[in-house]
Design a protein around this ligand. Structure first.
Ligand SMILES: Cc1cc2nc3c(=O)[nH]c(=O)nc-3n(C[C@H](O)[C@H](O)[C@H](O)COP(=O)(O)O)c2cc1C
Length: 340
């Protein structure tokens, strides 16, 4: 299996088919600045043989902070940190893309008491401000040297909440049909292209299913993926409702969703979730994914690409200790419960 085959997307070429999925390390300082440990992780990833590195979701606006250890990009104060990450990650030619996010209701306990935003309580002024914040964050990512940005519209953060009818009860132009529930993402994309230039790559991460994996959600998703294709997104990474499960997966979580989606959209799809072996990679590429993406296997072993190439399997046991805040106060840095 050649995992180093290049994948040419709009505006960005992956140097291989295995991507490091966006992975927060839960270690930034309370003011949103990056801990030195995180720079060392990007340095390590730069030598991993991945085809692209996606950063942790980085918050575009203070009220949208999803947890108190999250990185920020809501002002020029964070440009130096971003520049250091881009330089470390791309030292050996792997393109690095900053994932931009807004936590929506997840900001409630994490944003220092600011009013938090939900699809239902957001005013048109809030929407304009958030769209502008995504544009400004992307421009900072571009100035910092990133190869592109990914919009985090998965995992029940703001854009994901907005797309699910159970969280979006609006009756104006930002609610009801799929196009309206995706409109804030489309407007953010258009704002990014306006401020960064049409050739600056924008990727999407979105859930491939809803709570019950319904046909209605699938139809809505096909509609917006085809819209993304027409608008000029570079690719969509397909995650899902239950995105990072405990235990060793028996197969990639969203294999069937990728297979179905690929038949109905020409937008390049990147598969993520529960991928642990070369056989998993083969199955997803055969199902139509242009690349595959992993999070926990890279935490467990940054050399996972060569493990897969040699026919090996990831040692990630799905203990999920990686979701705990990093203990960076003492000598101990624990980021993976199954790392040897
Ligand atoms: C510790 C940890 C942090 C994560 N942080 C992010 C993130 O910042 N943005 C995101 O889109 N997904 C995030 N995820 C989800 C992963 O990108 C991925 O979708 C999920 O873990 C499934 O892939 P895996 O089975 O290879 O871990 C995170 C996952 C883990 C385990």
């Amino acid at each position: 299996m050649n995992l180093h085959e290049h994948v040419v997307l709009r505006g960005i070429t992956l140097s291989g088919r295995v991507v490091r999925s966006a992975t927060e390390l839960f270690c930034s300082y309370p003011d949103g600045h990056v801990h030195p440990y995180e720079f060392s992780v990007y340095d390590e990833l730069s030598r991993s043989g991945a085809g692209m590195i996606l950063t942790a979701h980085t918050c575009v606006s203070p009220e949208g902070r999803s947890n108190v250890w999250q990185n920020a990009v809501w002002s020029d104060e964070y440009l130096a940190d971003a520049t250091k990450i881009a330089a470390a990650a791309q030292a050996h030619g792997i393109p690095c893309v900053m994932q931009l996010g807004h936590g929506g209701m997840k900001g409630e306990k994490n944003n220092g008491g600011l009013p938090f935003v939900t699809p239902d309580n957001a005013t048109e002024v809030d929407i304009r401000r958030i769209v502008k914040a995504f544009g400004a964050g992307a421009l900072r990512a571009k100035r910092a040297g990133f190869a592109g940005v990914q919009l985090h519209a998965a995992h029940l953060y703001l854009f994901s909440q907005w797309f699910y009818p159970e969280y979006n009860h609006r009756t104006d132009g930002y609610g009801s049909c799929a196009e309206n529930r995706f409109r804030i993402v489309r407007e953010s994309f258009e704002e990014i292209k306006a401020v960064c230039g049409g050739d600056f790559p924008v990727l999407l991460k979105i859930n491939g299913d809803d709570r019950e994996n319904t046909a209605a959600y699938h139809r809505d998703l096909v509609t917006v993926l085809n819209l993304c294709d027409a608008l000029g997104f570079s690719a969509a990474e397909i995650s899902g409702w239950d995105s990072a499960r405990h235990g060793v997966p028996s197969s990639p979580y969203f294999l069937d969703n990728i297979r179905l989606l690929h038949k109905e959209t020409s937008l390049p799809l990147i598969a993520v979730g529960g991928i642990r072996s070369g056989a998993d990679v083969d199955a997803l590429l055969s199902a139509g994914a242009c690349a595959i993406s992993m999070a926990r296997p890279f935490l467990q072993n940054p050399g996972i690409v060569s493990v897969l190439e040699r026919g090996g399997v990831s040692g990630c046991t799905g203990c999920c200790a990686c979701f705990r805040a990093l203990d960076v106060t003492g000598e101990r840095i624990v980021r993976c419960g199954c790392r040897k």
